[in-house]
Design a protein around this ligand. Structure first.
Ligand SMILES: [Zn+2]
Ligand SMILES: [Zn+2]
Ligand SMILES: [Zn+2]
Length: 158
């Protein structure tokens, strides 16, 4: 699962920034320096960041940013699918497969706060059946599971 296993992370960051660039160019959206920087910050680790962490890091990077600047950049990234909000942590994470329409499901480690994203099938699974039964049309689902990541499971076994 991307986010938990070891991988070439610089490749992760590069690919995500590149696909955001291409997507924005295609749709005529402005990928401003602050939007790019916020996405880079979210991509640095497979971990969710709160808006205030992002603001601090923006300032460290020389962006003299005020809260509305960070919030607007996050809104942009979330509304175009480059990032997701993790309600459980009130924090944001870069999307693991931007560009593809999907219902994300998050696995959140309660010890180290690392987060991995998987696809949820709630619109087609048992929940989807229940919704169809109720005549309810699902537009968006949020699945957040809390538990232990592989690293923390190993640590707990010791
Ligand atoms: Zn990575
Ligand atoms: Zn996603
Ligand atoms: Zn963990």
């Amino acid at each position: 699962m991307l986010g938990f296993e070891k991988h070439d992370h610089s490749h992760c960051v590069q690919t995500a920034i590149q696909s955001a660039e291409i997507f924005c160019a295609d749709k005529g959206l402005r990928f401003t320096p602050v939007r790019r920087k916020v996405l880079e910050l979210l991509l640095q680790e497979h971990r969710a960041l709160g808006a205030y962490d992002i603001l601090d890091r923006l300032r460290d990077a020389g962006f003299g940013a005020q809260p509305p600047v960070a919030y607007r950049a996050l809104d942009f990234l979330v509304s175009h699918g480059f990032a997701h909000k993790i309600e459980r942590l009130n924090a944001f994470i870069a999307c693991a497969h931007p560009g593809a329409p999907h219902s994300p499901a998050f696995m959140i480690c309660r010890i180290c706060d690392s987060v991995a994203e998987a696809q949820s099938m709630s619109a087609t699974g048992a929940f989807g059946d229940a919704a169809r039964h109720a005549g309810f049309q699902i537009e968006r689902t949020v699945v957040e599971a809390e538990g232990l990541c592989p690293t923390c499971v190993k640590q707990a076994d010791k």
